[in-house]
Design a protein. Structure first.
Length: 248
């Protein structure tokens, strides 16, 4: 019998109140039900992987849910979906709890993603000015009450390769780690980046922290040869370009 051929299995999760099976989780916590009710974009990388894995593992001494296995798989590759997606089926199959069938499933899913990315690369949005960047990203911040910082990875032609949320802060602040920003850019093979964050208050004037973060990122980008084209501050009714404001 192929590993993971059972659609559902009884596995336990330790909690302060004892144990419970995966099927006893609230629907809001189950990856499949969460995807159906909230959409795929609301799931974490671990939850998406868990759906592909379908089942967890069970031995005489320990049981793990698909979510547990997915979490451990991500940890094995520095919690980076980009690094994970570069592995072939054989290497994935060698990870504890994965096996041949799950390794093949993951490799196939990653290849589909690459083919879709290649197919859409010529039609990906071109962000060659602040207005284009704002129109592309503005919907991501609609109704957002927290301060969120995002990075847009661009190709050599200035087209969007990928967008990633780096931090989600409070109403007043959001910490930015330059190392994480450029690690993402390097993994995505970005030729340049645009960084974006919002001001939930609606005031677009950059703070001292905004200006310093911009300078730090620009400096790091010059050192790594990954230019920061702009830092866009998004508000409910408009935007401010740090480049146009003279801070880049």
């Amino acid at each position: 019998m192929y590993e993971g051929s059972r659609e559902d299995e009884t596995v336990t999760v330790r909690e302060s109140t004892g144990t419970r099976t995966l099927r006893e989780w609230p629907d809001s916590e189950k990856p499949r039900e969460k995807l159906l009710s909230q959409g795929a974009t609301k799931l974490s990388d671990v939850e998406l992987l868990a759906i592909l894995l379908r089942t967890g593992t069970r031995t005489k001494s320990m049981s793990r849910t698909a979510v547990d296995v997915a979490r451990e798989l991500m940890m094995a590759f520095d919690n980076s979906m980009a690094l994970l997606s570069m592995r072939d089926a054989l290497e994935l199959s060698g990870v504890a709890g994965i096996g041949t069938v799950k390794g093949i499933t993951l490799a196939a899913a990653f290849e589909i993603g690459r083919r879709l990315q290649n197919a859409s690369s010529s039609t990906a949005p071109l962000l060659n000015n602040p207005e284009a960047a704002y129109k592309f990203i503005m919907r991501d911040f609609a109704g957002e009450r927290r301060e969120v910082f995002k990075v847009i990875a661009l190709s050599t032609s200035g087209r969007v390769k990928r967008v990633k949320t780096m931090t989600e802060g409070t109403l007043s602040a959001s910490l930015v780690d330059a190392r994480a920003v450029f690690k993402f850019a390097i993994l995505e093979d970005a030729a340049s980046i645009i960084v974006v964050h919002n001001h939930p208050s609606g005031k677009l004037d950059p703070s001292k922290e905004d200006i310093q973060i911009t300078k730090d990122l620009v400096y790091s980008g010059e050192f790594l040869d990954i230019p920061v084209h702009d830092h866009i501050i998004v508000g409910p009714t408009g935007y401010l370009s740090m480049k146009n404001a003279g801070h880049i």
